[in-house]
Design a protein around this ligand. Structure first.
Ligand code: NAD
Length: 467
């Protein structure tokens, strides 16, 4: 069995891009970089392999994905340790070990969902059925926050549906994805899955490539919009999972103590670096102080530190750029007169990109910390007196990924949930994604669905046969 050291040795090179631990600054290794010629070669190999992979019976493709999941399970701890070192997330809490476990769950679910042709018309006027054919080579481009799990979201459905995949990881977290791909490939046929590490300019080449049939992209709205333009020339299919600024609305019948810990993890999962994390919380005046107090108590007991130290459940930001965005937004909120309940004031001299878990109360609903995506450990808590106003604020941005409603009354919560403009609205939880349940964005949070049967259909060419 490979060890972490072996895996790391196998994927790193003597030169290339230096990758440092965001908690300590320690050099982990060098990631290889892909040249334009290497990219062309990778796409050509994936194109060639796709013919026999598409001809492989579905049952064999399902078995291969289960075998890949077995391989991930066999290397789970090595993968989690590398992920923790490169991304920064702690081993424990909803972090590195959890992420590797999610890779297994998403692989197995994508392998298990039945996909059958659909009979659309069968009467005296005729017969029509809908089949789902492979598309060809899928180009996958991912972010740095959940690098392994999001790669699996792109890889597993694409492979199941008979496509092959060329995946470009984020330049911030290439090693995690290279290690994962190495492990997956121990169970997959040659060239059905190829990783091409590199930066945004390599990503752009992938989106322009004539032999790529579909782009699955997860990342920022800015990059997503650029990709829509470059991929238009070859009419590529696209799934766009972009940024969000998820609202949570607490109703006045909620129990502050009962919801505090779930609210906390809804916002601070992966130290806030999560697309569908709770990023702005609207709380009614009648229970505002109790909710603030309960959340502060939870935040105060969550240890933050180096990911490999078992007691920690919060880690550093993955990179300096993101740490600076969070610091800028919190400083501006403080300057505007908002009240910091806990956090802010990071230790500037300490190593690593740490920023403390921060709760900001009595903040103006239009403050930048509320209306921009902070993507880090800082939650603004906005006071409201009129529920209609809170719903209008929740819907007032041009993004709509996740959202949540918190209440002791499920019917009332469901009525409010139905009025939120988002891809998903959770009740009394936030960010609780499920591999069987489709997930995607509304408005500028993107288009296309991942997960479940709908997610499988998104990486297929619908083909009607009618007689
Ligand atoms: P990013 O857009 O900066 O980078 C994402 C990827 O795009 C990287 O691999 C990068 O190299 C590549 N890229 C950059 N320019 C490109 C170009 N012109 N053409 C092709 N590829 C290019 O995003 P990030 O900072 O890595 O991730 C954070 C963002 O991702 C946040 O906004 C977050 O909300 C979002 N996100 C969304 C989801 C979701 O499922 N909706 C999940 C995770 C993260």
């Amino acid at each position: 069995m490979m060890t972490t050291t072996t895996l790391l040795e196998e994927i790193t090179t003597s030169e290339g891009q230096e990758i440092h631990d965001p908690a300590t600054g320690e050099l982990i290794g060098h990631a290889p970089l892909t040249s334009a010629a290497d990219l062309d070669d990778a796409v050509a190999r994936a194109l060639h392999a796709q013919v026999s992979w598409a001809a492989t019976p579905d049952g064999e493709r399902q078995a291969a994905l289960h075998a890949a999941a077995d391989a991930v399970e066999a290397h789970a701890e090595e993968l989690a340790q590398l992920l923790s070192r490169e991304q920064g997330k702690p081993l424990n809490g909803p972090n590195a070990r959890f992420e590797v476990g999610a890779c297994v769950a998403w692989l197995r679910t994508a392998a298990s969902i039945p996909v059958e042709p659909e009979v659309l018309v069968d009467d005296e006027s005729g017969y029509a059925e809908l089949h789902y054919r492979p598309l060809g080579v899928v180009g996958a481009i991912g972010p740095w926050n959940w690098p392994m799990m999001i790669s699996i979201w792109q890889i597993a459905p694409s492979l199941r549906m008979g496509n092959t995949v060329v995946i470009k990881p984020s330049e911030y977290t290439p090693l995690s994805v290279l290690a994962l791909v190495k492990v997956l490939n121990s169970a997959l046929p040659a060239d059905v899955l190829i990783a091409v590490p590199g930066d945004g300019s390599l990503g752009r080449k992938l989106t322009e490539h004539a032999d790529i049939a579909k782009i699955m992209f997860t990342g920022s709205a800015t990059t997503g919009k650029a990709i829509v333009k470059t991929a238009a020339d070859t009419m590529k299919r696209m799934t766009m999972e972009l940024g969000g600024n998820d609202a949570g609305i607490v109703l006045d019948d909620a129990d502050p103590q009962a919801i505090a810990e779930d609210l906390f993890w809804g916002a601070f999962i992966n130290t806030g670096q999560t697309c569908a994390a709770l990023k702005r919380l609207y709380v009614p005046d009648s229970i505002y102080d109790e909710v603030c107090h309960a959340l502060t108590e939870v935040a105060a007991k969550m240890p933050m530190g180096i990911g490999l130290e078992e007691q920690n459940v919060l880690g550093p930001l993955q990179n300096a750029k993101q740490r600076d965005i969070v610091a800028r937004l919190v400083d501006a909120a403080k300057d505007s007169g908002a009240r910091v309940l806990i956090g802010a004031d990071p230790d500037e001299d300490a190593p690593g990109f740490f920023y403390p878990a921060t709760l900001v109360a009595d903040i103006d609903p239009q403050n930048p910390l509320v209306i921009e995506e902070q993507f880090g450990p800082a939650l603004p808590i906005i006071r409201y007196t009129d529920l209609e106003q809170a719903i209008a604020w929740a819907n007032g941005l041009e993004v709509g990924l996740g959202s949540s409603v918190w209440s002791s009354n499920p019917e009332r919560a469901t009525e409010v949930a139905a009025r939120i403009e988002a891809g998903t609205t959770w009740i009394n939880k936030h960010g609780a994604i499920d591999p069987r349940v489709p997930f995607g964005g509304a408005k500028q949070s993107g288009f296309g669905l991942e997960f479940g049967l709908q997610g499988l259909k998104e990486v297929a060419q619908p083909h009607v046969i009618s007689r």
